[in-house]
Design a protein around this ligand. Sequence first.
Ligand code: SAM
Length: 198
Amino acid sequence: MDVKVLNTSANEQKLWKQLARLKEISPSLANCVDLERIKRVATDIHFYAENNSDFESQKEGGRGDVYRLAQRIPVVRAIGILNLFRLVASEENLENLLPNDLILDALGGDGVLVRALKQLLPESSIPNILTSDLSEEMIRGAVEYGIPALWQPAQQLLLKDRSMDGVILAYGTHHIPRAQRLIVCKEGFKVWWTFCSS
Ligand SMILES: C[S@@+](CC[C@H](N)C(=O)[O-])C[C@H]1O[C@@H](n2cnc3c(N)ncnc32)[C@H](O)[C@@H]1O
């Protein structure tokens, strides 16, 4: 019991710290976080993480280090990544993406999508992307690249309803337990502005 209480408060502290950093580098993304959800997510996150130890570091028995190493040159996946962003762009045209668009990359790893995009599109077409992931190591990696990042489970997002212009769930849905995949889709739809407002 004590251990759980301790862990929970430590998780909460981590989330508040990440939010403070997010505020510094992207106030508009930070503004999408629902502060009321922090405590609950901090409590529940380890429940979801139990199924995701694969992406932690090697010393914790995961293959996260090797994975991150393989993603150091993100443009090798240029075609697939550009196709993904076409799906969140208005009229599926990459030229319609704008820096003000808020996009959640919910299974984002260490930010390979945003890192690739920065090399593939002009600055005027790069949306404001929040990389989030269930693995702390992945988020640490994203932070080291200087990109906006948040530790959160796709099953239980910290974001306000209707706060995002697009949500990407890609290159990782097979890692979500089958029974939780519908919950993940519902969470995505909840925070996606266009869906809720139509
Ligand atoms: C195969 S990696 C892909 C990472 C990145 N999108 C890429 O394309 O390189 C899958 C990622 O999904 C994350 N993941 C798995 N289940 C998750 C969940 N329930 N919520 C958030 N992230 C999750 C893992 O930690 C891992 O970083």
